[in-house]
Design a protein around this ligand. Structure first.
Ligand code: ATP
Ligand code: MG
Ligand code: MG
Ligand code: MG
Length: 483
C-alpha cells in the first residue's frame, strides 16, 4: 500500500534531520508577522526573511540557524502568488497547501549539495523512477544583467539526468521572488511526468530549489544580498499524489475523507474527478472548491486570520458557499460540519487546529450564515430596484456599488454582477468604473495603518468563552475586527 501523507511528510523531515544534519523548525502562522509586503504566508522562506536580508537580531534563536527544514502552512489567495483562479479548475493548485522545505543559510551549502540532496530524497528514499523526473534551470535575463545558471545545469547532468530532460527557462519560470519586494534569486525546479513516458510528457511541478542571491527593492532594482542561501519548497499534496500513484492531489488521503464527507453531508452524486467541459454541471469543481475552501478557512482561523478581515478582499469565498448550496445542495450549516474532518486530516501535523477546532467550526458557521443573509438582502434590494426600471434600462451603478459596500452585509461586486446576469439585466459598468475610481482616490488619500495589534489576545479570549460554553454572539471576532 502507498505511503500515507503523514508518513511522506515525516520522511521528508527525518531525511533532512537524520541524514543531513538539519534542525527541524515548526511552521510559522499563515498570518504574516510584521511584514506588510505579504497578505498571507506564501512560502516556507517567509519566516526566514530577516536571515536573507541580514537583518536578523543576533540575540535571537534564528541567528544561529544554519541548516533547517520544515513543513510550512502556505496560503496563496492574494498578492504576488495568487492561485485563486486555478483552484477548483485544476488538479494541483490549492489556496492552502503545505510546503516542505530545507534551507542552508550563509553558504552552509549551496547548489551542488542542494540538488544532490533533493535527488537522493526523491529517487532513493521515495523511490520515484528517474525516468519520470525532469528538471529546469535559469537561462538568464540579459535585461537585468543576469547570467544563465550553467553551473546548475552541469550539476543535474553529473547527477545523471539525461540532457533531454534538462530544460531552461527565463525569469518568468526560473527566477523566484517572494513578493513585489524581498529576497529572490535564480531557481531550479524538479517536475514529474504524469504521463510516464507514454505520449507527450504531462509535467507537474514538484520542487523548487531557489538560490537566494538578490533583494528586489521597492524601486524594482535588484541588490545583492550580504550572503547567499539555499531555499527550497516542495508541495506536499503533489508529492503525495505522485507517491500514491494519482494524477490529482484531490485523490490522496489529504482530500478524500473531505470529499467523502461532502458526498455524505449533501447526498450529492459521487466525486468523479472531472475537469473543464467534462465536468458538466460543475459538480466535481464544486467538490474541489468546497474542500479547498474549508481547509483554508480552518487553517486561517486557527492562526488568527478571521473571516471579514481585510486580507480576504479578493478571495471569492462566496464561490464556495454558493457552490455548496446551489450545486451540491448542501444543507445550511454544512461547511461547519466539515471542520472536524479537516482537523482529523491535519491536526496531528498542526496541533493548533486541534486546540482551536470548536471555535473554527463556530466561526465557519457564523460566516456562512452571514453570507447567506447578505445574499438574501442583496436579492431583495435587486428585485425592488428592478421593479422601478424600464425594460431597456441598465441597472444603476450606485445601487450595485452600495450593495457591495454595506459593511458586514456587503456582497462582492462580482457576486452582484452574477445575480444580475442571472436576471438578464445589464449593469451600468461605466458608471461603476467611475465610482470605483473615485473610491480608489479616496482610499489613497487616507493613510491606512499597516498593522493592528490585539487580535492574538482575542483568539484566546474567544477560546476561553468557548471552553466556558458561552454561545457565539455578534461580538465574535468577525464583527469586532472587520479591519
Ligand atoms: P506552479 O507553477 O505549479 O503554480 P509555483 O512555481 O508557483 O507552482 P513555487 O512558488 O515554486 O510554486 O512553490 C514551490 C512548490 O510549492 C511548487 O513546486 C509546488 O509543488 C508547490 N505549490 C505551489 N503552489 C501551489 C498551490 N497553489 N497548491 C499546491 N501546491 C503548490
Ligand atoms: Mg504558481
Ligand atoms: Mg512554477
Ligand atoms: Mg516554482
Amino acid at each position: 500500500p502507498a505511503a500515507k501523507a503523514s508518513a511522506v511528510r515525516a520522511a521528508f523531515l527525518n531525511f533532512f534531520r537524520d541524514r543531513h544534519g538539519h534542525r527541524l523548525v515548526p511552521s510559522a502562522s499563515v498570518r504574516p508577522r510584521g511584514d506588510p509586503s505579504l497578505l498571507f504566508v506564501n512560502a516556507g522562506m517567509n519566516q526566514f526573511k530577516p536571515i536573507f536580508l541580514g537583518t536578523v537580531d543576533p540575540r535571537s534563536e534564528m541567528a544561529g540557524f544554519r541548516r533547517v527544514a520544515n513543513s510550512q502552512k502556505c496560503v496563496r489567495a492574494g498578492g504576488r502568488h495568487n492561485d485563486l483562479e486555478d483552484v477548483g479548475r485544476d488538479l494541483s493548485h490549492h489556496t492552502f497547501f503545505e510546503m516542505l522545505g530545507n534551507w542552508a543559510f550563509g553558504g552552509e551549502y549551496f547548489k551542488e549539495e542542494a540538488c544532490s540532496m533533493a535527488w537522493e530524497l526523491l529517487t532513493q528514499v521515495y523511490g520515484i523512477p528517474v525516468e519520470r523526473l525532469w528538471v529546469s534551470y535559469f537561462d538568464g535575463d540579459p535585461k537585468a544583467g543576469l547570467e544563465p545558471d550553467l553551473e546548475t545545469r552541469d550539476i543535474w547532468l553529473s547527477l545523471g539526468v539525461p540532457a533531454t530532460r534538462v530544460l531552461s527557462f527565463g525569469p518568468q519560470e526560473n527566477f523566484w521572488e517572494m513578493g513585489d519586494t524581498g529576497p529572490c534569486g535564480p531557481c531550479t525546479e524538479i517536475h514529474y511526468d504524469l504521463a510516464g513516458g507514454v505520449g507527450a510528457p504531462q509535467l507537474v511541478e514538484l520542487w523548487n530549489l531557489v538560490f537566494m542571491q538578490h533583494n528586489r527593492e521597492a524601486d524594482g532594482s535588484l541588490q545583492p544580498l550580504p550572503q547567499w542561501h539555499v531555499d527550497t519548497g516542495m508541495g506536499l499534496e503533489r508529492l503525495v499524489a505522485v507517491l500514491q500513484g494519482k494524477h490529482s492531489t484531490y485523490d490522496t488521503d489529504l482530500f478524500s475523507p473531505l470529499l467523502h464527507a461532502i458526498q455524505q453531508g449533501c447526498r450529492a452524486p459521487p466525486y468523479l474527478g472531472r475537469v473543464g467541459v467534462a465536468d458538466e454541471g460543475r459538480t466535481d469543481t464544486a467538490y474541489r472548491v468546497v474542500a479547498d475552501h474549508i481547509r483554508t478557512l480552518s487553517v486561517c482561523i486557527s492562526d488568527g486570520v478571521f473571516p471579514g478581515m481585510s486580507v480576504w478582499k479578493g478571495y471569492r469565498e462566496d464561490r464556495a458557499v454558493r457552490f455548496s448550496m446551489e450545486i451540491l445542495k448542501a444543507p445550511p450549516g454544512f461547511l461547519g460540519s466539515l471542520v472536524p474532518v479537516v482537523v482529523e486530516i491535519l491536526g496531528d501535523a498542526y496541533p493548533e487546529l486541534q486546540r482551536n477546532s470548536a471555535q473554527i467550526a463556530n466561526l465557519v458557521l457564523e460566516d456562512e450564515a452571514a453570507f447567506l443573509a447578505s445574499l438574501e438582502r442583496g436579492r431583495r434590494i435587486i428585485d425592488r430596484t428592478l421593479r422601478t426600471l424600464g425594460p431597456s434600462d441598465m441597472f444603476p451603478a450606485e445601487v450595485a456599488w452600495s450593495l457591495s459596500l454595506s459593511g458586514d452585509l456587503g456582497l462582492p461586486l462580482d457576486m452582484v454582477e452574477l445575480m444580475l446576469e442571472e436576471k438578464g439585466v445589464q449593469l451600468d459598468s461605466t458608471g461603476l468604473e467611475r465610482l470605483a475610481q473615485e473610491e480608489a482616490q479616496h482610499q489613497a488619500r487616507q493613510a491606512e495603518p499597516v498593522q493592528k495589534q490585539g487580535l492574538w489576545l482575542d483568539v484566546h479570549a474567544l477560546g476561553e468563552l468557548q471552553r466556558q460554553g458561552v454561545p457565539p454572539t455578534d461580538n465574535s471576532p468577525k464583527y469586532n475586527y472587520s479591519l
